[in-house]
Design a protein around this ligand. Structure first.
Ligand code: ADP
Ligand code: F6P
Length: 349
C-alpha cells in the first residue's frame, strides 16, 4: 500500500490517501461525473482534463456535467473521452461552462440532483468550485453520491488550502495590468487607485501590492477606513518628490471611483480609479495553475477510486492533502501577518 498524500496542520486533520491496486473499496465507483461551479478560474480546464484522463486510465467512465448544478438539474450530461479534453490544458475559462443555481440550494433540488446522478449511473462526482459549491457537494454526499471537491477560485479564500486553482494566473494578470497603469500614472504625476477582485478577501490585493510596489494596499481584513490618514500619506509622499502614488484597493472595500474623487479634492493631485474586473478571471493559466490543477484532478480520482467521499483536496505546507468537506468549511483563515508586515515595510512612500 502506498501513502500518496500526507499531513497538514490547523484544526481539522488532513488524511493520508492510502491506496493500492488491490485495495477493497468502501464503495465501488464505476462512473465519475465532473462539473465546474461558481466563478470560473484559469486552470479549471487542466483539472477537468486530469480528472477525465486519470479516470479513463483506471477503466472508469467519465461524464461531463455542463453549467454546474444548474446543468445537473437540466441533465446536461455528456460522455467524456480522452479527446474531449484535448487542447484545453492551456485555455482559460471552463469548457464545461459554469453557473450558479438557486434551485440546488433547496433540499428538493439536491434530491433531484442525486436522482439524476443515479439515473445516469454517476456514482462519484468531482466538483470544482468555491465554498458555495462545496456546500452543495456535501449535500450530494449525504444523498449517497461520492463527492470530491477541488478548490477553484481566483480569490484564494478557501480556508483549508494555501493554493486555489486560478489565483496564480489572476495575480499575474493583475500585476501586468497594474504595471501598465503605473507607467501612465507616473507620466502624468497622478495618484491611481486600482481595484482588484477577491470578493471579501484581500489576497489578490496583497500579492499585487507587493509585486507592483504599491504605495498603499487596502485590504478588507485590515483597512481601518481612515481615509484622512491615507490622504496625509499621499501629500507627504508628493512633498518628498514621488511622481506617482499607486493604491491597490480590494473589491471587498470597493468604492474606488468615489474614493478617487475625494482624494483629488483633498490633495489637489489628479487621481484616477481603474477597476480591473473580470479580465482577472480570464487568460491562459500559468504553469503553476496548470500543474497544480492537474495534480489535484488526479488526486480527486484517486480518492474516488479508493471509495472516499465528502473530501476536499487541498494544498497545505507544501503537500497535497484532503479534508472532510464539513470540517474544511468550518475552518477559517486570515491574511498571513508576516506577508502583511512585509508589504508595509516595503511601502516606503
Ligand atoms: P462558489 O462555489 O465560487 O463559492 P457560489 O457561492 O455562487 O460560488 O456557489 C455556487 C453554487 O453552489 C450555487 O449557485 C449553488 O448552486 C451551490 N450552493 C451554494 N451554497 C449552497 C448550499 N448551502 N447548499 C447547496 N448548494 C449550494
Ligand atoms: O469568486 C471569484 C469572483 O471573481 C470574485 O473575485 C468576484 O467578487 C466575483 O467572482 C464576481 O462574480 P461575477 O462574475 O458573478 O460578477
Amino acid at each position: 500500500m502506498r501513502a500518496v498524500l500526507a499531513r497538514g496542520r490547523m484544526g481539522a486533520r488532513p488524511e493520508q490517501i492510502l491506496y493500492s491496486e488491490g485495495m477493497i473499496m468502501a464503495k465501488t465507483v464505476k462512473t465519475i461525473g465532473v462539473l465546474t461551479s461558481g466563478g470560473d478560474a484559469p486552470g479549471m480546464n487542466a483539472a477537468i482534463r486530469a480528472v477525465v484522463r486519470v479516470a479513463l486510465g483506471k477503466g472508469l467512465k467519465v461524464k461531463g456535467i455542463k453549467r454546474g448544478y444548474a446543468g445537473l438539474l437540466q441533465e446536461e450530461i455528456v460522455d467524456m473521452t480522452t479527446t474531449s479534453v484535448s487542447d484545453i490544458v492551456q485555455r482559460g475559462g471552463t469548457v464545461l461552462y459554469t453557473a450558479r443555481c438557486l434551485e440546488f440550494m433547496t433540499p428538493e433540488g439536491q434530491q433531484l440532483g442525486a436522482d439524476i446522478c443515479h439515473k445516469h449511473e454517476i456514482d462519484g462526482i468531482v466538483i470544482i468550485g468555491g465554498d458555495g459549491s462545496f456546500r452543495g457537494a456535501g449535500k450530494l454526499s449525504e444523498l449517497g453520491i461520492n463527492t470530491i471537491g477541488l478548490p477553484g477560485t481566483i480569490d484564494l479564500d478557501i480556508a483549508c488550502t494555501d493554493y486555489t486553482i486560478g489565483f496564480d494566473t489572476a495575480v499575474n494578470t493583475a500585476m501586468e495590468a497594474i504595471d501598465k497603469v503605473r507607467d501612465t500614472s507616473t507620466s502624468h504625476e497622478r495618484c491611481s487607485i486600482i481595484e482588484v477582485m477577491g470578493r471579501k478577501a484581500g489576497y489578490i490585493a496583497l500579492w499585487c501590492g507587493i509585486a507592483n510596489g504599491a504605495e498603499d494596499i487596502l485590504l478588507p481584513e485590515r483597512y481601518d477606513g481612515d481615509e484622512q490618514a491615507l490622504i496625509s500619506r499621499i501629500i507627504e509622499s508628493r512633498k518628498r518628490g514621488k511622481a506617482h502614488y499607486i493604491i491597490i484597493n480590494a473589491e471587498g472595500i470597493g468604492h474606488s471611483t468615489s474614493m478617487a474623487k475625494r482624494i483629488e479634492a483633498a490633495t489637489g493631485i489628479e487621481t484616477r480609479a481603474t477597476i480591473l474586473g473580470h479580465m482577472q478571471r480570464g487568460g491562459a493559466p500559468t504553469c503553476k495553475d496548470r500543474v497544480y490543477a492537474s495534480i489535484m484532478g488526479a488526486k480527486a480520482v484517486e480518492l474516488l477510486a479508493a471509495g472516499k467521499s465528502n473530501r476536499l483536496v487541498a494544498y497545505r505546507n507544501g503537500m497535497f492533502v484532503d479534508y472532510d468537506i464539513k470540517e474544511a468549511l468550518a475552518m477559517t483563515k486570515d491574511i498571513p501577518e508576516d506577508e502583511f508586515n512585509i508589504s508595509k515595510m516595503l511601502n516606503l512612500r
